[in-house]
Design a binder for this molecule. Structure first.
Ligand code: CMP
Length: 139
């Protein structure tokens, strides 16, 4: 049974390009409720920790430098079947392969500059949410 929460990051390039509002609008209109949200700026060390599952891969250095290059918006989203439905809303990791109308098709520039992150499983949604938010920061 799939859970009802997922975790997202609006990445530095999307924040810099003023896409935070349009992306949050799409999230709301798709039926997700925002359970927690913060505007923050990861250090390189924090980005390396958050993406440690990718440590050693050829894109890890670029990914973690980019993710610590500017402010981001992190959020916990709630909806039935949240992980799968959010991944559908954001589209494929590579924006060139993302379906029309998805967040990445509309707002991403490249594989690493792909506008948003979305958890790939309930387990990772919980781990990633715990990385950013304490219990007191969830409503
Ligand atoms: P994200 O959903 O944040 O999860 C891991 C990120 O690594 C992914 O989005 C991409 O931005 C990045 N990524 C994954 N695969 C590649 C790749 N082959 N080349 C460059 N970046 C990648």
């Amino acid at each position: 049974m799939s859970g009802n929460q997922t975790f997202t990051i609006i990445k530095p390039i999307a924040v810099k390009n003023n896409f935070t509002g349009p992306i949050l609008k799409m999230i709301n209109e798709a039926g997700f409720k925002i359970k927690a949200m913060k505007f923050t700026h990861l250090t390189k060390q924090q980005a390396m920790e958050f993406y440690s599952v990718h440590a050693g891969k050829y894109f890890y250095e670029e990914l973690t430098s980019f993710m610590s290059s500017g402010p981001i918006v992190a959020a916990i989203l709630e909806k039935d079947n949240a992980v799968a439905d959010y991944r559908k809303l954001i589209g494929a990791t590579d924006p060139a392969k993302a379906e029309e109308g998805t967040i990445r098709k509309l707002y991403a520039e490249s594989m690493s500059h792909n506008a948003v992150h979305g958890s790939d499983s309930d387990e990772n949604a919980a781990i990633e949410s715990d990385f950013f938010f304490s219990k007191m920061e969830r409503y």
